[in-house]
Design a protein around this ligand. Structure first.
Ligand SMILES: Nc1nc2c(ncn2[C@@H]2O[C@H](COP(=O)(O)OP(=O)(O)OP(=O)(O)O)[C@@H](O)[C@H]2O)c(=O)[nH]1
Ligand SMILES: O=P(O)(O)OC[C@H]1O[C@H](OP(=O)(O)OP(=O)(O)O)[C@H](O)[C@@H]1O
Ligand SMILES: O=c1cc[nH]c(=O)[nH]1
Length: 573
């Protein structure tokens, strides 16, 4: 049967209930996706794909935002199913209030029993309208992202019902892909591509009626059993409605919460007419939720009650993602490891220094800024003593204190003219410090340390490095009293950890206590962290980013290439 004939058939069966059935070919199918060459594909680490489904206005966006926020040190991309709404045809636009934006494809993803067990209403609904979403295009984009290709994701305009009004969003390949949408679990091809499926529920537990119930029900029972038969009828009659009202209030219905949110959002944010919102809700949104969205809940690995109001669930999800990415939260394993809090500013600087196209001048500029942040953070781990100072600002003196003091001392005039500064309770910096740089890259960190700690002594260590374990200490010049000092060991790169272990061993041999060493670096490979933390569990490591790992040449990846060559301008070009 030609596609036009299918269209006619569906149009005929749908009556006023027509929907997004599209005859035009709106995008290549998943199988038509241009496949990258095998060598490129082999190098692409498979991203972790998360699906987030749930009814409209259930809080999916909040859940996704919270996951993204917690994974801000990762490359995460959010793909909304909304972006794949079909462009409405002129005819559909004329009857937009009859268009069902909540309907999935007639996809026979149900088994025989489920198919034959369908109610007449559900069957009518199923065949009366077709996919509101361009799932083929979604699959195509997903496939490309999984193969490490950048993609353009359309931006759907809810006002014009078109997806080509705004420019598409360019998205780069990422470590984590989040697919979010009401029907994102509906198509088994999309579902099967997911490593984790989350369903967001809105149903909430209300504490007030629960507490109320705790007191009221025993009270009614008390009346029943203690106060005698006369009260039995009255209290018995009260018990049934009270309990039923309380139960319905304790567990406020999921759909009520979603409807209330939807009315507020559509009328306030989208300036829609409340009548139309309610009409759309009863005609399409609610039936689609009951018939298509809710049944996909069974595919979920995790169901989040209270949506975005459930930070514990989000924490657990994020921990699981990190474990699956092979990036265990090293800070949780090693309490002596400190990664400076990532911000977009910091990530922006990292983006610049990692870019192979960045000029030497810019590399030095942004590396210096990041080094300064690491140094400042590292200084925060030094011991301190409490100290009080008097500020130049005069503090107000209570008049009775003034009177009592002047009478007892007989020096009224002195007190009146005495200007007493305010007290600030702070801390005193640790005095006995020194820096030790690992030649030559570590020397790039000396200026930042000098700028923060005026007149600080700096020693040097040179380690000859060959491959991953040919380390050999060939030079050292350290302050003679180094054993009495806290040492800030400077080296921007922690790779295999061999150089760091050599340097720390030397410091310990010179009498520096292990807890007095703070190792400052820009980037750390997990291998290096494991090695240093296992050999010296009491040395503190402060870094600005943890890397994915090492390549076959023991270079940090993604890394930033040969730091020393780029910083000191000794690379070939
Ligand atoms: N009126 C109208 N509704 C639309 C249109 N396009 C989509 N919708 C509705 O948008 C809903 C899909 O968006 P949701 O998945 O709820 O997105 P969301 O708002 O991010 O949901 P939460 O994050 O869970 O709050 C469906 O219920 C559709 O009915 C449109 O053009 N007009
Ligand atoms: O953890 P590892 O595997 O030992 O690698 C880290 C070492 O490598 C870098 O120095 P590099 O040998 O590149 O010399 P350079 O500083 O002179 O450029 C870096 O500055 C470290 O000292
Ligand atoms: O990736 C690496 C490893 C060691 N030294 C560098 O400069 N870069």
């Amino acid at each position: 049967m030609g596609s036009a004939a299918v269209g006619d058939l569906i149009e005929a069966s749908s009556g006023a209930h027509f929907s997004g059935f599209h005859l035009e070919n709106t995008g290549p199918s998943a199988s038509e996706v241009e496949q990258p060459t095998t060598s490129a594909t082999e190098n692409v680490k498979q991203p972790f794909v998360i699906g987030v489904a749930g009814g409209a206005a259930s809080g999916k966006t909040t859940v996704c935002d919270m996951i993204i926020e917690q994974l801000r040190d990762q490359r995460v991309v959010l793909v909304n199913q909304d972006s794949f709404y079909h462009n409405l045809t002129p005819e559909e636009l004329k009857r937009v209030h009859e268009y069902n934006f909540d309907h999935p494809a007639v996809y026979m993803n149900m088994d025989r029993e489920e198919f034959f067990g369908m109610s007449f209403c559900k069957m009518r609904l199923l065949f009366s309208c077709l996919d509101a979403f361009n799932t083929e295009q979604l699959l195509c984009i997903l496939e490309k992202l999984k193969h490490g290709q950048a993609v353009d994701i359309p931006k759907y305009d809810f006002k014009s019902y078109k997806n080509d009004v705004f420019p598409a969003r360019r998205v780069n390949p990422s470590d984590v892909i989040i697919l979010e949408g009401i029907l994102i679990f509906h198509d088994p091809r999309v579902r099967d591509s997911m490593n984790m499926k989350i369903f967001v529920d809105t149903g909430s537990f209300s504490l007030f009626p629960a507490l109320f119930a705790c007191f009221l029900i025993p009270f009614i029972l008390f009346l029943l059993f203690v106060e005698g038969v006369t009260l039995i009828v009255a209290s018995g009659a009260l018990t049934v409605p009270v309990i039923s009202i309380l139960i319905t209030n304790i567990f406020s219905a999921d759909s009520d919460v979603r409807l209330a949110r939807r009315i507020r959002r559509d009328t306030v944010e989208k300036s829609r007419d409340i009548g139309m919102v309610l009409d759309q809700y009863s005609k399409f949104v609610k039936p689609a939720f009951d018939d298509f969205i809710l049944p996909t809940k069974k595919y979920a690995d995790i169901i989040i009650p209270r949506g975005g109001d459930n930070p514990v669930a989000i924490d657990l999800i994020v921990q699981h993602i990190r474990t699956k990415l092979g990036q265990h939260d090293l800070c949780k394993i090693y309490p002596n490891l400190y990664v400076i809090q990532s911000t977009f500013q910091i990530r922006g600087m990292h983006t610049l220094i990692r870019d192979s196209q960045t000029t030497k001048h810019d590399f030095v500029f942004y590396a210096d800024r990041l080094i300064r942040l690491v140094v400042e953070h590292g200084l925060g781990h030094l011991p301190f003593t409490e100290k009080q100072v008097i500020t130049p600002t005069v503090k107000p003196i209570a008049i009775d204190t003034l009177w009592r003091t002047s009478v007892s001392c007989g020096c009224f005039l002195d007190i009146v003219f005495l200007r007493i500064g305010s007290v600030y309770t702070g801390v005193d910096f640790c005095k006995r410090l020194c820096g030790v740089s690992v030649i030559r890259s570590g020397e790039s960190m000396e200026n930042a340390l000098r700028a923060c700690c005026k007149g600080i002594k700096i020693g040097k260590i040179l380690i000859h490095r060959e491959g991953d374990n040919g380390q050999q200490l060939i030079y050292e010049k350290l302050p003679t009293d180094i054993s009495d000092r806290h040492v800030l060991l400077l080296d921007p790169i922690l790779g295999t950890g061999n150089s760091a272990v050599q340097a720390i061993s030397l410091l310990i041999k010179k009498g520096v206590p292990e807890p007095n060493i703070i190792f400052l670096n820009l980037i750390s490979a997990p291998q290096g962290i494991h090695m240093v933390c296992k050999c010296f569990p009491r040395v503190k490591i402060v870094t600005s980013e943890i890397e994915i790992g090492l390549n076959e040449d023991y270079r940090v990846i993604p890394g930033m290439g040969e730091f020393g060559d780029r910083y000191f301008g000794t690379d070939d070009e």
